[in-house]
Design a protein around this ligand. Structure first.
Ligand code: AHR
Length: 497
């Protein structure tokens, strides 16, 4: 089958904010303990940071990492995680029913995130706590000195402020599972007052108001409309969260889930713009898609975990090849909306629904989803260009008119490169892509990376990677026409320059 596409240098969506390639580390399962931090591991440095893991994180080029939760943050006392380690309390962690030792806390995370070459996106607890604890944390982290909390940080060995720029006002406050779950109005008022005071402590920070924890929530999008009515003037972003899973074994519908994600983003944009109109505001609110991924493989195993253990293996999804295809499609969807989605976090980064896995005391390895994320983070920097696509379509049990081809292009003027990301999600048909490329005279194919596998359920493990990209994609550029072969169910990165 043929798929036609037109790309033009002038079809600009936006300059992509690199923070769209963010990720997430929560105090959950083995993300921190046994993941990024494992004192005594042969690869651990004197701070306990696993260098094998740090190498993989740096390979992904993650520019921002959200912390410390997630559901965890809604019961967290940040003061438990600072100061001498021997004095830190052990707590019952109610979100994930474990014991939190607090051996790792804010300062350790700031050291780690720096080592990873990234910045922090810090969440405050608006579940059990509120304005006072949030403003104290901003003072502890960002105020230079001469006050109680900033001097305490200095006493803890951090003379210079951490200068954390991005802050989340709570997490998934719309969800009944959340510690301190709130109605939209309850949350809106608390977030408004917290935001106001946090910005009084440090006017340079950016704030994220909580949106819905998925498009399927019964309160979506009313939760956004009601809470943003309170927070709109005080915040810079609203959050979106979305996870997909192939629970019914319907791969055709599963790979089409990006249509739902696209609709979710459009609805949140519209809701923000409705509040903008209502307030006669000049400000346009941006979107922080700060949790997105595939999450379902580990659901049953997680029900069997003994409560009150320390860092058990939780949410350890082992990802298949088809999951990597969907992750590629989700990345394309984020890029299509890069004018408004300015930040996003692949949830999560290590061990917990993650591209990077570890063995306690042992090896670290790349899951299947590592690769599309790596490709987008590496080659998806610059200006997103809107392709005009004419693709064969198909219907699935859950979606109608699903285009077989999903694609986006990114122009990197600094490197003088154009990258076409393409997903052929058809399970039966190869596509021949014929793409007219305008405004890039003299460009030829530099490289054509492909992620493909006959077995949709193929996985990677510590002993080897069954799913990894190769550079043998078939494409050619002639007289401004790119022609590329896209085998059934495959992911492509075609680099032109
Ligand atoms: O990422 C795992 C969990 O998913 C987070 O803790 C929560 O915010 C979401 O429900």
């Amino acid at each position: 089958l043929n798929a036609r596409m037109t790309l033009d240098r002038d079809f600009r969506i936006a300059e992509i904010d690199p923070r769209i390639y963010g990720s997430f580390i929560e105090h959950l399962g083995r993300a921190v303990y046994g993941g990024i931090y494992e004192p005594g591991h042969p690869e651990a440095d004197e701070r306990g940071f696993r260098q094998d893991v740090l190498r993989l994180v740096r390979e992904l080029g993650v520019p921002i990492v959200r912390y410390p939760g997630g559901n965890f943050v809604s019961g967290y006392n940040w003061e438990d995680g600072i100061g001498p380690k021997e004095a830190r309390p052990r707590r019952l962690e109610l979100a994930w029913r474990t014991i939190e030792t607090n051996e790792f806390g804010t300062n350790e995370f700031m050291d780690w995130v720096k080592a990873a070459g990234a910045q922090a996106m810090m969440a405050v607890n608006l579940g059990t706590r509120g304005i006072d604890e949030a403003r104290n944390l901003v003072e502890y982290c960002n105020h230079p000195g001469g006050t109680y909390w900033s001097d305490l940080r200095r006493k803890h060995g951090y003379e210079q402020p951490h200068n954390i720029k991005v802050w989340c006002l709570g997490n998934e406050m719309d969800g009944p599972w959340q510690i301190g779950h709130k109605t939209a109005a309850e949350y809106g008022r608390l977030a408004q007052e917290t935001a106001k005071v946090m910005k009084w402590v440090d006017p340079t920070i950016e704030l994220v108001s909580c949106g819905s924890s998925s498009a399927k929530m019964p309160t979506f999008p009313e939760y956004e409309a009601v809470s943003l009515d309170f927070t709109y003037d005080h915040v810079d972003y609203v959050s979106l969260h979305q996870y997909f899973g192939n629970r019914s074994g319907d791969t055709a519908s599963y790979l089409a889930s990006t249509l739902e994600m696209d609709h979710f983003i459009r609805t949140v944009k519209a809701t923000c713009d409705y509040i903008k109109a209502k307030k006669r505001s000049k400000k346009t609110l941006n979107l922080s898609f700060d949790e997105w991924n595939v999450w379902f493989h580990s659901n049953e195993a997680d029900k069997k975990i003994e409560p009150w253990s320390i860092a058990p293996p939780q949410l350890e999804d082992i990802y298949t090849f088809e999951d990597a295809l969907l992750v590629g499609g989700m990345l394309i969807t984020l890029l299509k909306h890069s004018d408004r989605v300015r930040m996003a976090c692949l949830a999560q980064l290590v061990n917990v629904i993650a591209p990077i896995m570890t063995e306690n005391g042992g090896r670290a390895w790349r899951q299947t989803i590592f690769y599309p994320f790596l490709h987008a983070s590496k080659y998806g920097r610059g200006i997103a260009l809107q392709p005009v696509i004419d693709s064969p379509k198909y219907d699935t049990a859950e979606f109608t008119d699903v285009p077989a081809l999903e694609s986006i292009a990114v122009h990197n003027p600094e490197k003088d490169e154009l990258t076409v990301f393409a997903l052929n999600r058809s399970l039966g048909d190869a596509l021949t892509l014929k793409c007219a490329i305008r405004g890039f005279e003299g460009y030829g194919v530099l490289e054509h990376l492909v992620l493909e596998h006959d077995d949709l359920k193929a996985v990677n493990g510590p002993d080897g990677e069954r799913v990894k990209p190769h550079a043998g994609g078939r494409s050619q550029m002639r007289d401004g026409l790119l022609e590329a072969e896209l085998p059934k169910h495959s992911w492509h990165v075609i680099r032109l320059g």
